[in-house]
Design a protein around this ligand. Structure first.
Ligand SMILES: Cc1cc2nc3c(=O)[nH]c(=O)nc-3n(C[C@H](O)[C@H](O)[C@H](O)COP(=O)(O)OP(=O)(O)OC[C@H]3O[C@@H](n4cnc5c(N)ncnc54)[C@H](O)[C@@H]3O)c2cc1C
Length: 418
């Protein structure tokens, strides 16, 4: 099993470990919860609240019986039935790939050096450190111009992740800065959200899109629709219409692509570097290899471009594949049950679409909190996140916002790096 995210871990939970000797390989030693990365980035939660160590998870409960090996899978050889990480090559009888996605810079690979991203706990921590560092440096800066430059944030991409991180920065601007940074004024902080299309949170209902716009306005975030970034150089964002914006901190949430794992037969990969799979998540044309979750591209009449890359799809595919492997027969086609979509912009400000039903504001926010709490792994995490959220709700605060500059010395390469 490559990847212990939503799809991979749910697959392992439903797989009969008495029948299958199961090995999970993941580049991290913990499971993480991407929908709450933005809360790590904005100091709303500590990383320990949304991550859970695999070795503990695989010791008890439904996942018990699988073993864990740390490693970032770099290549798969279908002919020899092996996968290779930076540390070792492992053989398999059956392989399930659920490595999820990474950032897509749409051909502008250089951007990775200059923009902040939100695709892992480590990237979220990097954003947090940078934001806190900028607030402190701005507090020391003698002129409004220097402060404005330090506090110029641009978020690219108006999907749920972009809306959530922009909203969280807006909450800092609105509630934290006036209280804890007396040398700064709200006018010196600019948060601009750029979206290339004419609406935010594209897949959600029109009403949710409008509510999200209104909520961001409340949180002092400027939204610019129909605006694509075409270049980012020397702290200047150039937009598709030629206009320019100054920003020292650009957060990129605009696109995703499958994890860049090399495969011995390239025709198995489809659009967005996802594995072409049939309706049983079997990789087309390759024996004994399956792909589930964000990395699977299953084309059906209902989903001609593949399923949306969402947690529910990943969970449901993981469960069905495990059950069919347990039985040894693949009778049922995968059919996605859409349980609704939601996004949160800030305190009391969320939107939920359940079929034709649209809920917004405080009730939507409560639903959002409840569902996310239930989905977290481990009772300790659920309780600690509940305490953090309750505390923040009444105190209008965030977590302790410790600025932990990582130490540079001693220099040490990670094992396996050349
Ligand atoms: C910021 C953000 C917010 C989101 N918000 C929502 C939301 O509100 N609702 C929703 O439904 N969905 C949301 N999503 C999407 C959702 O997280 C994904 O659809 C879901 O995680 C897909 O599950 P997965 O198991 O395919 O991949 P993941 O959950 O991403 O798991 C992939 C696993 O593979 C591991 N891995 C990656 N590459 C390698 C490698 N080369 N070798 C070994 N291991 C590897 C990773 O460490 C990880 O553990 C969000 C995603 C992001 C990034």
């Amino acid at each position: 099993m490559i990847g212990g995210g939503f799809a991979g871990l749910n697959f392992i939970k439903h797989l009969d470990k008495k029948k299958f000797d199961t090995v999970l390989v993941d580049r991290n030693n913990f499971h993480s919860f991407p929908p709450l990365f933005y809360q790590i980035a904005s100091s709303g939660l500590e990383p320990g609240g949304i991550c859970f160590p695999f070795r503990r998870e695989l010791r008890k409960g439904r996942a018990k019986g699988a073993s864990f090996r740390l490693g970032e899978v770099q290549s798969i050889n279908f002919k020899h039935k092996t996968i290779t990480t930076q540390y070792e090559t492992i053989g398999y009888d059956k392989l399930v790939v659920a490595a999820g996605t990474t950032n897509n810079f749409f051909g502008n690979a250089e951007l990775v050096k200059y923009v902040y991203t939100l695709k892992s706990t480590a990237q979220a921590m990097r954003i947090r450190d940078e934001v806190l560092d900028r607030l402190e440096r701005a507090s020391l800066a003698p002129t409004p111009e220097e402060r404005r430059k330090l506090l110029s944030f641009v978020v690219i991409g108006g999907g749920p992740a972009g809306v959530e991180i922009a909203g969280a920065l807006g909450e800092m601007k609105r509630f934290i800065i006036p209280r804890e940074y007396p040398n700064l004024s709200q006018e010196e902080v600019s948060i601009i959200l750029l979206e290339g299309t004419s609406s935010l949170i594209g897949p959600m209902s029109k009403k949710s899109q409008e509510d999200a716009l209104r909520y961001l306005d409340k949180l002092m975030v400027e939204v610019r629709l129909n605006n694509l970034m075409s270049k980012y150089e020397d702290n200047v964002v150039t937009l598709s219409d030629g206009s320019e914006l100054y920003s020292e901190m650009v957060i990129w949430t605009a696109g995703v692509t499958g994890q860049p794992i090399k495969v011995s037969e390239e025709n198995v990969m489809g659009k967005g570097y996802r594995f072409n799979v049939d309706t049983h998540n079997k990789v087309i044309g390759i024996d004994d290899v399956f792909a589930i979750g964000d990395m699977a591209l299953m084309i059906t009449d209902k989903y001609p471009k593949g399923h949306p890359q969402l947690a529910q799809v990943a969970l449901q595919q993981g469960e069905l594949l495990a059950k069919q492997l347990n039985k040894g027969s693949f009778e049922k086609d995968f059919s996605y049950k859409d349980k609704g979509t939601m996004a949160t912009v800030g305190r009391d400000l969320a939107v939920v679409d359940l079929g034709k039903l649209h809920i917004s504001g405080f009730p939507a926010w409560l639903m959002w909190m409840f569902i996310h709490l239930l989905s977290l792994l481990g009772m300790r995490n659920k309780i600690s996140v509940l305490i953090d959220w309750t505390w923040a709700y009444f105190s209008y605060g965030t977590s302790l916002r410790l600025l932990l500059h990582t130490s540079r010395w001693p220099l040490r390469r990670r094992w396996g790096e050349r």
